[in-house]
Design a protein around this ligand. Sequence first.
Ligand SMILES: Cc1cc2nc3c(=O)[nH]c(=O)nc-3n(C[C@H](O)[C@H](O)[C@H](O)COP(=O)(O)O)c2cc1C
Length: 202
Amino acid sequence: MAQTFLHTLFDPGARALQAAAGSRASYARMEAGAGPVDRLTDRELDFISARDSFYMASVSEDGWPYVQHRGGPAGFLRHVTGNRIGFADYRGNRQYLSTAHVAADDRVALFLMDYPNRRRLKMIGHARASEDPADIAALMPPDYAAEPERAFLIDVIGFDWNCPQHITPRFTGVEVRRASQPLIDEIAALRARITQLEGQES
Ligand SMILES: Cc1cc2nc3c(=O)[nH]c(=O)nc-3n(C[C@H](O)[C@H](O)[C@H](O)COP(=O)(O)O)c2cc1C
């Protein structure tokens, strides 16, 4: 579960604040269970493979946090093997911030949102950019209109599920169309019936 995630991110300041707030004892028990990594399970992998976007934070060479949105067809963030996940990096604004950052410091944080179901998953790990054509081909979604420049491979060391608090459900155009299609069909059927009845009256 989240033991390694928490153990990695808790610093003395956080532990002191937890002690003052009365939450330290239970978190200390969780930290005691930390191993080398939080092992990804089917639950996390299913969630990851359903996402069509996520946010990835990296660290600049002088320590600034930087976060970038990544998007693609659902499943573009893929399980590679074990605790390794990856995605194809499409040509964009050619600033190459994430690529440069992970070359200097490979630590990244990923934030994955499922707005309709009000779920979110946080992950931390070590990332590297690969220009190996085999890595890029393995991660590039088929028939997607983007030009891949490299692959990002991320070895997840920890993850934590967030609670659903304060998440406003949001829906994609596809989800809205799917939910409204039965209503559209029913309206069409009713209109056809009205037209038929009007034809019989005249
Ligand atoms: C023509 C074009 C312009 C873009 N402009 C921006 C931009 O102004 N700001 C931004 O955050 N992303 C922009 N993007 C998306 C980024 O280029 C893309 O997310 C890229 O992966 C960012 O990588 P980096 O954060 O590692 O530099 C643009 C993409 C394209 C194709």
